[in-house]
Design a binder for this molecule. Structure first.
Ligand SMILES: [Zn+2]
Ligand SMILES: [Zn+2]
Length: 138
């Protein structure tokens, strides 16, 4: 929001995912809309905050204005380092397609996302990734 943290999402995909899990909704005041990338190139980390939000993932935010910036998997394994950036941080949000909603059963009934795309329940996430939390998603 304030522009103090600037980064380039290298190898950014064109697919948007939305996560309705409890943590993402608290972090984003709604679904966490995210776009995957291969890695982040941060221009300046002086005001970058990173919080370990679970034993397997961390979340980056701006310590100047509080904006949510990215989610990154830290647990060892094939997903380690997988990073999704907050859709709202992108200067150009054109040409992207919503492809998946995580934790669809945690979505409040007040809103729904339009269009045809995959929807995954909490139980399905746990079956896919194991563990007892959805923090491996999105
Ligand atoms: Zn989530
Ligand atoms: Zn900021």
């Amino acid at each position: 929001m304030c522009g103090a943290v600037r980064f380039t999402a290298v190898g950014m995909r064109t697919e948007i995912t939305a996560c309705h899990c409890d943590m993402c909704r608290r972090w984003s005041s709604g679904p966490f809309f995210a776009v995957g990338c291969e890695r982040l190139e941060l221009e300046d980390e002086d005001v970058l905050g990173v919080i370990s939000s679970s034993s397997w993932a961390e979340r980056g935010f701006c310590r100047s204005c509080g904006s949510s910036l990215f989610y990154r998997i830290t647990a060892p394994g094939k997903l380690q380092g997988a990073t999704t950036v907050s859709l709202g941080t992108l200067d150009d949000q054109g040409g992207l397609t919503l492809v998946k909603e995580w934790f669809i059963d945690k979505r409040p009934e007040a809103y729904a996302l339009a269009g045809e795309h995959e929807c995954v329940t909490e139980a399905q996430v746990f079956a896919m990734y194991g563990g007892d939390s959805g923090e491996l998603a999105p």
